[in-house]
Design a protein around this ligand. Structure first.
Ligand code: URA
Length: 328
């Protein structure tokens, strides 16, 4: 059996939160193999040594899987911790018997449906692009988009040099010069929805996620959460299975094939040419230096191995051959 952290084990077996488990351990109420332990983070093998709480043996239990729907409010980060001390989505749920983490991300200012779980496999299936799980958003726009502009989102469009997959788009409402539009996408690039609207000339002032696959945000208000029902978990799992089957064997996702054809401005072209020339010159210089160094090494080698000419001795220079002896 793999090693476990003592506080996690106590929390599960005694049905208390980790914080309470920590207090129990620090308070000397827990023994491992008969000896008291005080370190909540102790790693030990449950199959090797018995754990007791207040003298009573704790029976190992299987970790309960937790699935939570949170209505993420504005101004909350979707991480476990925040260096800047901002409120986090897991903190809104508080202490449970097992630590839950967010499934995917929502921006600081995006509100709506966020799932939290302790089931890594479930989270993986819902977030990995391979499964193409669709997410539905409602965006409030600063201006009213034309049908032709919404068609751009429907067809797929370049965002930072990469095509988006076609989106399902519905114009919902117009109030004065503001509009509400729903958008369903099966991708999750950084700020994707905001960037898509920005690219067709409309600023998003509010963004709310209202569904993940078949699961809709319902029954809770911003900041509130509830457990998913067994039926909802099953429906989500069945949906992911269907999506995986639909996308299997289709090769790479369409966006990988539909790279944006991008035209350069004259300034960009000039800069690119200068950079290209500089790279080519640097490569040539390097090559020349390499050749020169190679030649120098060869010359040094030749000099080292050169033998003196036979018959030549050190001493005064030999008289010119065939010349007459000097009269001196
Ligand atoms: N797209 C965005 O722009 N923001 C989100 O939070 C989610 C999707």
């Amino acid at each position: 059996m793999p090693a476990e952290r003592l506080n996690r084990y106590i929390a599960l077996a005694a049905g208390v939160s980790r914080r309470v488990a920590d207090e129990m351990i620090r308070g000397g109420r827990v023994t491992v193999g008969g000896a008291p332990v005080f370190d909540p983070g102790l790693l030990w093998d449950p199959s090797e040594q018995e754990v007791r709480l207040d003298g009573r043996t704790l029976v190992p239990v299987r970790e309960e899987k937790i699935y939570i729907m949170l209505y993420k409010p504005d101004n909350v980060v979707t991480t476990m911790k925040d260096k800047e001390g901002r409120k986090t989505a897991p903190a809104l749920v508080g202490e449970l018997s097992s630590r839950v983490f967010p499934v995917g991300r929502l921006d600081f200012h995006t509100t709506g449906l966020l799932l939290l779980t302790n089931d890594g496999d479930f989270a993986y299936r819902l977030t990995h692009p391979r499964f193409g799980v669709e997410k539905t958003y409602v965006a409030k726009l600063m201006s009213v988009p034309r049908p032709s502009e919404l068609n751009v989102l429907r067809r797929g469009m370049p965002i930072e040099g990469k095509m988006t997959n076609p989106a399902t788009v519905h114009f919902l409402e117009k109030k004065g010069d503001r509009a509400w539009v729903s958008l369903r996408i099966a991708e999750g690039r950084y700020h994707q929805v905001r960037k898509m609207f920005e690219a067709i000339g409309h600023r998003v002032t509010k963004l709310r996620r209202v569904a993940i696959g078949p699961l809709e945000l319902a029954g809770i208000e911003p900041g509130e959460w509830r457990y998913l029902t067994a039926k909802e978990v099953k429906e989500l799992n069945d949906y992911v299975d269907r999506r995986a089957a639909e996308t299997a064997g289709q090769g790479p996702p369409p966006d990988a094939l539909r790279r944006e054809k991008r035209f350069e401005t004259p300034g960009e072209r000039a800069r690119r040419r200068v950079a290209k020339r500089a790279i080519a010159e640097a490569a040539l210089k390097k090559q020349a230096e390499k050749v020169k160094a190679g030649e120098a090494a060869k010359a040094a080698e030749r000099k080292k191995t050169r033998r003196p000419k036979p018959g030549r001795k050190k001493g005064p220079p030999a008289p010119p051959r065939g010349g007459r002896p000097s009269r001196h």
